[in-house]
Ligand binder design. Structure first.
Ligand code: GRF
Length: 213
């Protein structure tokens, strides 16, 4: 069976991208990473993708007069590679409403908190400041509102008494690297459906718990 063609959009380090590329190496993984796009030419993740032999494209936002022009340029790259699912992984550009509309139902993001808590930036510090005992990460559909689309899956981790934003981020990131490849697999297997703003995942549990330190 043909594998689902996935694009990953990055702006930086690309560790989630690397986890997806790694997962997709397995012969029985039902998705392939068809393209990595970055808006930042120097993004370290691009070098990883190139080393892995994954096609890459740089679409700089600096060259575009407005958000929608940038979004359309990204979309052209995605179409050129026959992309069927777009996974944001540390992509630090806010789209115009055009992009999530164009890719509705096929555009997902991973965010390092248990949404709807702690949107935006510095979310681990937000979690520490709020005193929550549990945090984690969320994979969700992308809609024009930031960090607000329908939730597909979450992974939960404990927040420990001596945590700093860095130690909590590292604990969450380990779960991100488990959760994102799983969700992309479920997509490729046709298990993920969206109706009236709520997501159903058939035949899998869209929730991970980790008590790893
Ligand atoms: C991750 O924590 C992700 O949840 C957030 O940005 C970070 C990207 O890290 N959206 P990386 O580039 O995947 O290493």
């Amino acid at each position: 069976m043909a594998k689902l063609k996935v694009a990953i959009l990055i702006s930086g380090r690309g560790s989630n991208m690397a986890a997806l590329i790694e997962a997709a190496k397995a012969a029985d993984y039902p998705a392939e990473i068809a393209l990595v796009v970055s808006n930042v030419a120097e993004a370290p993740g691009l070098a990883i993708a190139r080393k892995e032999g994954v096609p890459t494209a740089v679409v700089s936002h600096r060259d575009r007069p407005d958000r929608e022009t940038f979004d359309r340029a990204v979309s052209v790259e995605l179409e050129r590679h026959g992309v069927e699912l777009v996974a944001l992984a540390g992509f630090m550009r806010i789209f115009s409403p055009w992009f999530p509309t164009r890719w509705a139902g096929r555009l997902i993001n991973i965010h390092p908190s248990l949404l709807p808590c702690f949107k935006g930036l510095h979310v681990q510090q937000q979690a520490l400041d709020a005193g929550v005992r549990l945090s984690g990460c969320t994979v969700h559909f992308v809609i024009p509102d930031l960090d607000a689309g329908p939730i597909i899956a979450q992974a939960a981790v404990p927040v420990l008494a001596n945590d700093t934003a860095e130690t909590l981020a590292a604990r969450i990131l380990r779960q991100e690297h488990r959760l994102y490849p799983l969700v992309v697999r479920w997509f490729a297997e046709g298990r993920v459906s969206l109706a009236e703003g709520r997501v159903a995942v058939t035949g899998a549990t869209p929730l991970l718990f980790s008590t790893d330190p």
